[in-house]
Design a protein. Structure first.
Length: 181
């Protein structure tokens, strides 16, 4: 049995939970999110907590989904209550980003043309100086959006580490070719 799956999910005040068949939905101060979860794992809402359970002697495929379902439910509850934020940093001479709306950013990162990135629904982008913040209620969507932005110009490992990197990411600068003396 999964140790993570056995733990209850605490529902904070201000978050409404609705379970209809296999669809789990949560509504809170930051927004609303719903997801279709595997039907083998039973989800029970008891007062201020959510408990996931599976039948005794379940096959391995069901036991594998036990912890996953609990983690997905926990991420949804946290997302609608506090939200998720992922930060990116733009490093490089002349590299910059500009807001083009709530979910659109224009990047000038060394290409011959500006790159315009538009975020998916329910994800907002904000530029502050050389930092870009990705906000939303869905942890998966926020992480995927941050990853796609980083792919526009990943950090270089040889010269100066210029590019787009996560906040706090340590980019190791490698030694280039040595000249023979």
């Amino acid at each position: 049995m999964s140790r993570i799956g056995k733990q209850p999910v605490i529902v904070p005040k201000g978050v409404e939970i609705n379970i209809t068949g296999t669809v789990f939905s949560a509504k809170g101060p930051k927004g609303r999110i719903s997801r279709d979860l595997p039907g083998e794992v039973k989800i029970n809402h008891e007062e201020d907590k959510i408990v996931c359970s599976i039948p005794e002697n379940s096959p391995k495929t069901v036991r594998a989904k036990f912890g996953l379902v609990r983690a997905l439910v926990n991420n949804m509850v946290i997302g609608v209550h506090t939200g998720y934020t992922k930060g990116l940093e733009i490093v490089g001479v002349g590299y910059k980003a500009q807001n083009q709306g709530d979910s659109k950013i224009q990047f000038n990162v060394g290409y011959s043309h500006p790159v315009i990135y538009e975020a998916p629904a329910f994800v907002t982008l904000k530029v502050e100086g050389n930092k870009v913040y990705v906000n939303g209620v869905d942890k998966e969507a926020v992480g995927q959006t941050a990853s796609e932005i980083r792919k526009i110009r990943p950090p270089k490992h040889y010269k100066d580490g210029a590019g787009i990197r996560y906040l706090g990411e340590n980019v190791r600068i490698k030694v280039g070719k040595k000249l023979a003396a």
